[in-house]
Ligand binder design. Structure first.
Ligand SMILES: NC(=O)C1=CN([C@@H]2O[C@H](COP(=O)(O)OP(=O)(O)OC[C@H]3O[C@@H](n4cnc5c(N)ncnc54)[C@H](OP(=O)(O)O)[C@@H]3O)[C@@H](O)[C@H]2O)C=CC1
Ligand SMILES: CC(=O)N[C@@H](CCC(=O)OP(=O)(O)O)C(=O)O
Length: 343
């Protein structure tokens, strides 16, 4: 049994962590922080946790966090990097759900996130927490940078093609759609029902902050830099990401289905659908799974991959718990076997 703390327990990824960890057989929840709701019982704010979590939110305080074995940061970008060095020094493991430790190059961090990195030395030891790529390094890590939601869907979709060197990696396209919970719980006009419902739009076309993160991961898979066009869209639904990925095959082949099936045969949280399938976001709602289908329309030289995840689960809290399981030597699927909610 390990003692776990969550910094940022009132946000959408924080409450999703609580939903998963409340049923995790090796976790004892110790600290759940919120500056705005300190003192309030967690279940008063999130009634789904009534009877499952009996703690109250507390102010973030390093002294109580250092009593934990592992701390999750479910906070805005730039918060974790201020506190992680002290926690690591105290022997606490950390999984950061924000982007503070995702980009290996501090200059890129500054360019895309508009702030200087507070602990470059620690950044150098952070492990990018995509288990399907980095499982062995995650197992040895003290600090894991949990991937972004779009980056998870896109990287898992391109991974088999890039590792096998089957596509021209100069012209990759990721056309992605996200539900509104991806924008977090903070009040913003753009997230209001009247601004999102009955409408559909792209955003961040000139350059979204997930672009350097995805490029970094795809370059590692293919062994050299990649050219990527990434266009996110906002869909009027609460949860879910749908990534439609396009790439040009160097030599058209019939083996794509078996390539994907073999690459993910031993991955507990990646499901390669039968040939011809069209995965739906609702098929992963609430579950820590990425469902993928691969197509070669009209047997032409373009490969189309469809990849769906729940942004709050495999795109955030579920993947964070998967990383915790690996870091702590637990079975990777412990606490993560819930079935998606349909309809
Ligand atoms: N939503 C999603 O689908 C995904 C989100 N992420 C990332 O996960 C992180 C959390 O996201 P999300 O849950 O959506 O965010 P929210 O905006 O919903 O929640 C943020 C939480 O952080 C706390 N917080 C804010 N500022 C500070 C601070 N300075 N110190 C301590 N706590 C603070 C807030 O509580 P309080 O202000 O009361 O302290 C709140 O509990 C973000 O970095 C986000 O980019 C990653 C993948 C997917
Ligand atoms: C719909 C929406 O607004 N999505 C967010 C991305 C989700 C997120 O929280 O980004 P991280 O994974 O980097 O933390 C956005 O585009 O900014």
């Amino acid at each position: 049994m390990i003692k776990v703390g969550i910094v940022g327990g009132t946000g959408y990824t924080g409450v999703e962590l609580l939903r998963i960890l409340a049923k995790h057989p090796q976790v004892s929840l110790q600290v759940i922080t919120s500056r705005s709701e300190a003192g309030m019982p967690v279940a008063d704010m999130y009634p789904n946790l009534r009877g499952h979590v009996d703690l109250a939110f507390s102010n973030p305080d390093v002294a109580s966090l250092t009593q934990c074995d592992l701390v999750f940061f479910a906070t805005p970008n730039g918060v974790a990097m201020q506190q992680v060095p002290e926690l690591l020094d105290a022997g606490v493991k950390v999984v950061d759900l924000a982007a503070d430790f995702r980009l290996q190059d501090p200059a890129q961090w500054q360019q895309w996130y508009g702030m200087e990195h507070a602990c470059e030395a620690v950044l150098a030891e952070a492990v990018y927490g995509l288990p399907e790529m980095n499982r062995e390094a995650i197992a040895k890590a003290r600090l894991v940078a949990n991937p972004g939601c779009y980056p998870t869907a896109v990287q898992l979709g391109f991974l088999p093609l890039l590792e096998a060197g089957l596509v021209d990696n100069r012209y990759l396209v990721a056309d992605c759609k996200s539900g509104v919970s991806g924008a977090g719980r903070g009040a913003k006009v753009a997230s209001l029902l009247c601004e999102t419902s009955e409408s559909f739009r792209a955003y961040g076309v000139p350059g979204h902050r997930h672009l350097p993160e995805i490029r970094q991961g795809l370059a590692k898979m293919s062994g050299r830099p990649v050219g990527l066009t990434f266009v996110p869209h906002l869909v009027p639904m609460i949860r879910g990401i749908h990534a439609t990925l396009y790439a040009r095959l160097k030599d058209p082949t019939d083996q794509l289905q078996s390539l994907f099936e073999q690459r993910y045969a031993n991955e507990p949280f990646v499901d390669v659908l039968p040939a011809g399938s069209h995965p739906e976001t609702r098929s992963v709602r609430g579950a820590n799974v990425c469902r993928i289908a691969v197509h070669r329309p009209q047997n032409d030289d373009t490969v189309v991959v469809l990849s769906v995840i729940d942004n709050l689960v495999k795109g955030a809290a579920g993947q964070a718990v998967q990383n915790m399981n690996i870091m702590c030597g637990f079975a990777e699927n412990l606490g993560l076997d819930s079935v998606a909610l349909m309809p």
